[in-house]
Design a protein around this ligand. Structure first.
Ligand SMILES: Cc1ncc(C[n+]2csc(CCOP(=O)(O)OP(=O)(O)O)c2C)c(N)n1
Length: 361
């Protein structure tokens, strides 16, 4: 429905819900109003959780953090995943991971530097945060290939940014996926910048979506601030992948309203006027306008939701810091089955300098 209709080589782009909340009914995905309301709640949750993380970092209670403000609708791609599917995030998918069942307190724990922040309660089909840019694309294709070889159901949705498409790993992953027809959905959140490097310096191609042609599978450019386009395109790509029709590439055009990470000062490479121009395209506004237009949302609903979300995020913060801090030696524990001698020495040195045992991390 979408992938074969919007050809990125012809400059076509999918947009279903516009900035005023109007829907193109012919393109509308199967998204009942109740589900739109539920996802609107999630958009709010993600924004509130994100702002809280920034506040915690500014208070010195969290380490470096990668915010998502402006990209919340892209995070909702995780809502298109089915039971058997897998989510493979980069470092900017706190919202998608939360939506897929990872508790917010666990995710916060990761960002405060606690190893337990990468351990999910129960069996969630979500890979941990990947900091090396693009590395997760190979993991995703390996995972998808394994599903195919084992004849297991499910598809793999992998997130990466526009900058990651300059990394060999991402291109290698797409090539492999095309050749072996793995059930992988590549989801590029094109938020216009790789830290300070603008999109036009990543590639001379007009779109990132069109690169799919070279790998032999469909690619589509969508408007990433439009929840309906995200759910529609990702849903279709996952269905194709699950039914053995191979991979797809979705380029979601969006805009990062905040800094790249809390360590970044975006005023050094983009002017405030550009950011202000992008604000009206806020992904939350158009869903709210849609719901209000149908008489499904009121100011009172908005206030009730805001209060509920605030309480939920505050509970997660309490939970994050409620557990005793881990023994510092755990930073050595989870990468190698047998620690190489040089790391063994470092571990002993660390423990020695801390007085031989547990202490605050
Ligand atoms: C292999 C590697 N090289 C460099 C970095 C430093 N780095 C962190 S994020 C980033 C930019 C990534 O931009 P993009 O892929 O567009 O994703 P975004 O951060 O915009 O979501 C870079 C260069 C890294 N983490 N890993």
């Amino acid at each position: 429905m979408y992938l074969d209709r919007f050809d990125p080589l012809k400059g076509e782009r999918l947009e279903i819900l516009d900035a005023e909340g109007r829907v193109d009914e012919a393109l509308r995905p199967d998204l009942p109003d109740g589900e739109v309301r539920r996802l609107y709640g999630w958009l709010h949750r993600v924004r509130a959780a994100d702002r809280m993380a920034l506040a915690l970092q500014r208070e010195g209670r969290m380490g470096t953090y990668a915010p998502m403000e402006g990209q919340e609708a892209c995070q909702m791609a995780a809502a298109a995943l089915g039971e058997a599917d897998w989510l493979v995030p980069s470092y900017r998918e706190t919202g998608a991971m939360w939506l897929r069942g990872v508790p917010l307190a666990t995710l916060y724990r990761y960002w405060i530097g606690d190893e337990r922040g990468s351990v999910w309660p129960g069996e969630l089909q979500v890979l941990p945060v990947a900091i090396p840019v693009g590395s997760q694309a190979l993991h995703a294709v390996g995972l998808a290939w394994a599903l195919k070889l084992r004849k297991e159901p499910g598809a793999v949705l992998v997130f990466f940014g526009d900058g990651a498409t300059s990394q060999g790993e991402v291109l290698e992953a797409m090539n492999f996926a095309g050749v072996f027809q793995t059930p992988t959905v590549f989801f590029c959140q094109n938020n216009q910048y790789a830290i300070s490097v603008p999109r036009r310096r990543q590639t001379a191609a007009r779109t990132i979506a069109q690169k799919a042609v070279a790998f032999g599978f469909p690619g589509i450019q969508i408007y990433g601030n439009d929840l309906f386009s995200v759910i529609g395109a990702v849903g279709e790509a996952l269905d194709r992948a699950r039914s053995g029709q191979g991979p797809a590439l979705i380029e979601a055009l969006t805009y990062r309203l905040g800094p790249h990470t809390t360590a970044d000062d975006p005023t050094r490479y983009r002017d405030e006027a550009e950011v202000e121009r992008m604000r009206p395209f806020d992904p939350l506004r158009r869903v709210r306008a849609y719901l209000e237009g149908k008489g499904l949302w009121s100011e009172a609903d908005e206030e009730a939701l805001a209060a509920e979300v605030r309480a939920e995020v505050e509970r997660a913060v309490e939970e994050t810091y409620a557990v005793p801090e881990p023994d510092p030696s755990v930073i050595f524990d989870h990468t190698y089955a047998a620690l190489p001698p040089y790391l063994q020495r470092q571990k002993e040195e660390l423990l020695g300098s801390l007085g031989g045992g547990a202490g605050r991390g």
